[in-house]
Ligand binder design. Sequence first.
Ligand SMILES: Cc1ncc(COP(=O)(O)O)c(C=O)c1O
Length: 431
Amino acid sequence: MWWKSLSCRLLVRFLNHGVVASSKPLPGRNAAAAAQVRSSARGYYNTGRAAEPGPGSAAHVRVVDLRSDTVTKPGPAMRRAMAEAEVGDDVMGEDPTVNELQKMTADLFGMEAALFVPSGTMGNLIAVMVHCRERGDEMIVGDRCHIHIYEQGSSAQLAGVHSTTVTTLPDGTFDLDQLESKIRHGYPDPHYPRSRLICLENTHNIQGGRVLPLPFLKEVRALADQHGLSVHMDGARVMNAAVAQGVPPSTILQHTHTVSACLSKGLGTPVGSMLAGPKDFIARAIRCRKALGGGMRQSGILAAAGKLALQDMVERLVEDHHNAKTFAQALLDCQSPLFSVDMAAVETNILRFRLPDPRLGPHEFCARMAQVGEGEEAALGQGIQVLMFPYFENSVRAVWHHGISAEDTQLAIQKMQFVASQHLKEKVRAQ
Ligand SMILES: Cc1ncc(COP(=O)(O)O)c(C=O)c1O
């Protein structure tokens, strides 16, 4: 079984960004990259295209896109698998490739059944709809989780489900006493909603790709069982968690009732997420998916990419984790008061580091990383545009993925060092 060999090898190896304002006008070819970071019109993920080197500079400019692991593009093998996929009408349950992907996922996750859905957002919403079936049911979520912050309140907007929050701790966990205190005991007294669901996020996106410890999961599940609640995991990056912990995903997911896991992030497919859980949950999920417009027809073309991703793309996540750590270590090695990074918190492919010096805050830093600065080509031998996002609490978020090699990471390091040294020179000149 591929997973076993993976585990063995692993044992051995191993935006709130608003508008980015550059204080300086950006000359010519820098404009595209800087605009890239600046034009976060949709807030969370910058939806602009990766910066193209301007005319006449193609040979000298390299772009390292660390905005998100959603920017990945399918490679030739994945495209071939998609082109050759056997398909059928999946709304009728007749697409053999989708059926194979669902079976494969259920087995891998240790769940009874799985369902291919168009996105992680839809997977989470369906889970909420199935777990919380009565209008006014309530779920408990972390105050920094994706479901609460970045999914437009769809659980309230579309499912009629109320949320109560617990504080998300820096490692993505909650205080269990606080969690317990949020469980309502008033039902059926008409004043109160009824607690139904606890949502976890693993790895935790806003907290910088943190992996939820297995003992924490066990405790949350015990609490949920004690009070008759369900546990859903937003496992958009649960495969990163599994790789980081060196365990199969089923070891993590034994503590949850359901999970939504993205194929289109680090695993590199163009579209799709897997929702998994008990058979009766998935039977209801199929109904919700259809109501939400997520019933797809010959979606085997997309599922073929998912199958290949689960077979071939999991093992390589370790490279992303390694590259993220390499960059973080380079920030530390800079010994610059500009950067503050907690190495212990760099567990997977997402890195968050702080910029405590107000003279070079996250917005300015990201703008400078995205432009080719004066003297840069002479100093570095080429222009390097590194795309990252300014993030919460004076931090920057950078995400590694299969489009970023070890060499790209070294380029990003060179660029970061260049930006830091330029800033230092400006400081000295200003004194
Ligand atoms: C933790 C987490 N959950 C859910 C999602 C939503 O996934 P999708 O973009 O496929 O809707 C994301 C997307 O970035 C995410 O980071």
